[in-house]
Design a protein around this ligand. Sequence first.
Ligand SMILES: Nc1ncnc2c1ncn2[C@@H]1O[C@H](COP(=O)(O)OP(=O)(O)O)[C@@H](O)[C@H]1O
Ligand SMILES: [Mg+2]
Length: 391
Amino acid sequence: MAVSTTARPTSDDVMALLRGVIDPELGSDIVDLGMAKSASVDDEGVVTVTVALTTAGCPLRAQIQKDVRSRVGSAPGVTKVDIRWTEMTQDEKASAMAKARRNAAERAPETEIPATTRVVTIASGKGGVGKSSVTVNLAVALAAQGFTVGVMDADIGGFSVPRMLGLGGRLAGMEGEKKIVPHEKQVGQGLLKVVSMRFLVDEEDSAVMWRGFMLNRAVQHFVEDVRWGAMDYLLIDMPPGTGDVQMGLARMLPRAEMLIVTTPAVGAQKVAARAADMARKTYLRIAGVIENMSSFTCEHGGDYALFGSGGGAALAHDIGSPLLGQIPIEPAVSAGGDTGIPVTLGDGNGPAAEAFRTIARRIVEEAIPPVDMAGCSARLLDNVEAALGPK
Ligand SMILES: Nc1ncnc2c1ncn2[C@@H]1O[C@H](COP(=O)(O)OP(=O)(O)O)[C@@H](O)[C@H]1O
Ligand SMILES: [Mg+2]
């Protein structure tokens, strides 16, 4: 559902949104590859997008369709998304393939964030709402399901991810390269790969007086110079607000999706406005809302809405995104953050741990499913190469 008071996007806006749709096969966005041929928006907010596929039977068609619908459909003012499918001409295929090869060559394969990784930023209108706690616990809950999950601590000046995961020590650089190898932590069958500024400075409390430009350079470093390797998800713990880092990351990773963390206080209109503003400026999709610090259950079983109630649902309604879950206030969450053992680790099954696990399942099953590459990747490239004939 769209916010009715907001103006409709222009066709240029729609094309910018389509830059968030990646052809996982070719590793570039569909605008760059020339697959998004045109976009128009009528007076009713109906968007028509024409997408040319490399082959009519492209096995990724369903994925691209879903991504186009969710990207464009969640923009304010859009009432419906119609997709017209066409097939590329031989010339268009040739230039798309050349482009894909050029892009692939430009990226050092070991350091890139793989095209098949789902990138998720954890954001909020303000600090102290639990972004870092949510990032860390969702990462652990996803890894416990067997996924490989990257965690990028983009809160450069206020890093708390390393402490919350019990990780310290400097990151190793690769001999002779300026590449960073993330800290790894095994969780069940899954794996965490963690990068934070904490691993690059000497003291946890050494005042890191990073400002605009420097902050951005640090985050760019994390995107470009980290040997991330294979990853199903990359969770990015964002600094509070809508600043340079948010804009920079959106530019570097236009395919990222946002999760908004909020508190139950219904003074949430302001948060809603900020979140919607951030989504509009960055062209990122808000994949869901998470309400943290919901009710507190005392030892006698009484429920107390310490920070109000209904804020998550109200925000979700206002921005037209699903409320993925509510995490209660539980001393174990902050204690886990201090000891470096998140509540979701092991078989702790208090209400907060359960809430995090439920949200992780909803992310995998509905909100941001992992990219399923099974059995089509190599085949499509082969088909395209074959269709192009010998070089
Ligand atoms: N559900 C919760 N129950 C209890 N304490 C929480 C909960 N969520 C966060 N906290 C605590 O609140 C403080 C702020 O959380 P944090 O994750 O650092 O927020 P942010 O990253 O948004 O600044 C931390 O001390 C954290 O341990
Ligand atoms: Mg934080």
